[in-house]
Every structure is written in C-alpha cells, then in structure tokens.
Design a protein around this ligand. Structure first.
Ligand code: VGL
Ligand code: ZN
Length: 219
C-alpha cells in the first residue's frame, strides 16, 4: 500500500501533445505557394511561430505534420488528363479534390516554416502516390503514420491541434485524434481554411464530435 501510494505521488503530470499541421511554404501567401490559403501572410506565420515556441516552453510535446508528395501524386490535377485544379473526382469510390501540385518532396516550398528543432518529430504524410492523406494519422488507403504510436510512447492523452488548412488537414487530423481517444482542442485563430463555407462546416463537424474549439490560445 505504502509503495503504491508513493509511486502514485511521483507519477509525472500527463503531458499535452501539440500537432502543428502543414505549416509549409506551398500553403502560404507569404511564400507565394502553389496552394496558398487566404490569410497565410507573414503575420499569421509569425503568430503560429510565437504560439508554437510558447507551448514548447510550457512543456508540451511538439509534433508537426508535413505534406510530402511525390511528383506523380494522385491528388495533383496535372496527373489527370483533361482535369482542372479544384475539380472533384471519384477514385475507387473515394472523393478526391484535384489540387495544384504542392509540397513535392525535397522542394523549397515543402519545408516546414517553423524551427524544426522544436519538434519531437515531423511526421511526413501523402508519400504514397496512390493515396491522399489529409490526416496526420493515416492516408486514404488506411496506412498509418507513426504519429499515434509516438503520442502513445510519450503517454499523451490530450492534444492541441492547429495549422493549415482548417477545412482539410487540420480537420482530418483532429477528427482522427478524437476517434483514437485523445482529448482534442483546436485553436481557431491559429488555423486558416481554403474556403469560408467548408471552414465553417469543418468547425461545426469537429464540435459535433466533441472537439473543443478555442478562439485563441490562452497561455
Ligand atoms: C492540404 C490540400 C491538399 C492541407 C494538403 O494541408 O490541408 N490540403 N494537401
Ligand atoms: Zn497535399
């Protein structure tokens, strides 16, 4: 009994994980990205940088995701003859938005625009040409990334999620996190969405699944 209560009292406080989604040049107006999301100017990225540094300083365990596509990736409209950017098609029963080529492996604008040393890991996603991967946890073919096992290894039960794009990769990552049993908070003003209507819908869908939407970071 004595030992048991002692070991309990010294147990470390559960750590909070942070997942910073796809802060990459191609998604920003700042870097004139090929898939630049409105509002992603230098001021926005600076705000994300500040928040990320502050959360790290507070003791959170930091992770980033990085969209990392081969040049022949299925999500690029240029790899489908006769198709235009932002057209939506069906592939093997899945809905696929056709994007401008973006975040091509080893290109300048695929880099994560934050101090990479802040992160325990930067999880690459969308590497398989056959499948898109909005979620940091798994691709559309069901192949898991290392993210869930890395979080579990750290004993993390609660995550904070923010980044780009609110209506695609932030949403998918937060939804997979809550489905995997994590307590999830999304910080709204540290996110930008591709379009206002899909962003509003994404925020509502996340709330409906029990994800907490906080307007701004309070630390
Ligand atoms: C994303 C579209 C295509 C995102 C990635 O990061 O939200 N969106 N690839
Ligand atoms: Zn992508």
């Amino acid at each position: 009994m004595k030992n048991q209560s002692y070991s309990h009292s010294v147990r470390a406080k559960p750590k909070i994980g942070v997942i910073v989604v796809d802060i990459q040049g191609d998604f920003t107006t700042w870097k004139k990205g090929s898939l630049a999301v409105e509002g992603t100017d230098k001021a926005f990225i600076d705000k994300v940088k500040k928040a990320t540094a502050a959360l790290k300083k507070k003791g959170c365990v930091m992770f980033a995701t990085q969209d990392w596509h081969p040049a022949d990736h299925i999500s690029f409209f240029t790899n489908h003859s006769g198709k235009k950017a932002f057209e939506v098609i069906q592939i093997d029963g899945r809905t696929q938005v056709l994007w401008p080529p973006h975040c091509v492996q080893n290109t300048q604008n695929a880099k994560v625009l934050l101090d990479n040393k802040l992160f325990k890991a930067i999880v690459k996603k969308g590497k398989d040409r056959r499948f898109d991967s909005y979620s940091g946890f798994q691709d559309d073919g069901g192949a898991k990334t290392e993210l869930d096992s890395l979080l579990k290894k750290q004993g993390i039960k609660e995550v904070i999620v923010y980044g780009i794009a609110a209506d695609y990769c932030v949403k998918a990552t937060a939804m997979d996190a809550v489905a995997a049993g994590y307590k999830v908070t999304v910080i709204e003003d540290l996110c930008k969405g591709v379009a206002p209507d899909t962003t509003a819908k994404a925020l509502q869908e996340m709330k409906d699944k029990g994800i907490k939407i906080e307007r701004e970071l309070k630390i």
